[in-house]
Design a protein around this ligand. Structure first.
Ligand SMILES: [Zn+2]
Length: 181
């Protein structure tokens, strides 16, 4: 993972800490309210969500597709929050979600969303209590099974030591004592 993506994850971590969010599951409505971002649900056809930014009126609104399943709506909202928090250039366009124009920003928004909804330290705790599987992670964090699978695979990619069960007690002792799921 490039340092740029580490920065993206740190932005999500900082936001959770600053707003004193208590995961899991992360309360996205509360986050939007604290950031003074409007949140609305509406049928959006093929679009998952839209971030509407109006600098003139000093207002930001996230519209999410009400036809999608709730867990997918959650990821879409977190994705748009990523665009907002990372000051992406697609913010410059009213209603802009620049999938075609800014693929790198889309990737960053997805990484931000995954970290916001499934913070790494909580995934580590799931591992410690034998709940790092698609079913449990999707329930605990209220995400889709697809999002859970991607997050689990990513965690094993950056923490390959977790695959060595002999180190299990070491990890529990050093990282995970203050977390309750
Ligand atoms: Zn996007």
């Amino acid at each position: 993972m490039s340092s740029n993506y580490e920065y993206v994850k740190e932005e999500a971590t900082r936001l959770l800490a600053r707003l004193k969010v208590l995961p899991p599951p992360v309360n996205l409505a509360s986050i939007c309210e604290k950031l003074d971002i409007g949140l609305a649900r509406s049928p959006l056809g093929s679009r998952a969500a839209v971030l509407m930014n109006s600098p003139q009126m000093n207002s930001v609104l996230i519209m999410v597709n009400s036809d999608h399943r709730l867990c997918r709506q959650r990821f879409s909202i977190a994705h748009e929050l990523g665009h907002y928090m990372l000051n992406h250039s697609c913010m410059a366009f009213s209603g802009g979600d620049g999938f075609m124009q800014f693929p790198e920003e889309e990737r960053e928004a997805n990484i931000f969303a995954a970290e916001l909804l499934m913070p790494e330290r909580y995934l580590l705790h799931c591992w410690a209590v034998n709940k790092l599987n698609t079913y449990d992670v999707s329930l605990i964090f209220n995400v889709s099974r697809q999002a859970a699978t991607i997050a689990i695979n990513h965690l094993y990619f950056i923490h390959d030591e977790l695959l060595n069960k002999h180190r299990r007690n070491y990890w529990i002792a050093t990282y995970l004592m203050d977390i309750n799921i």
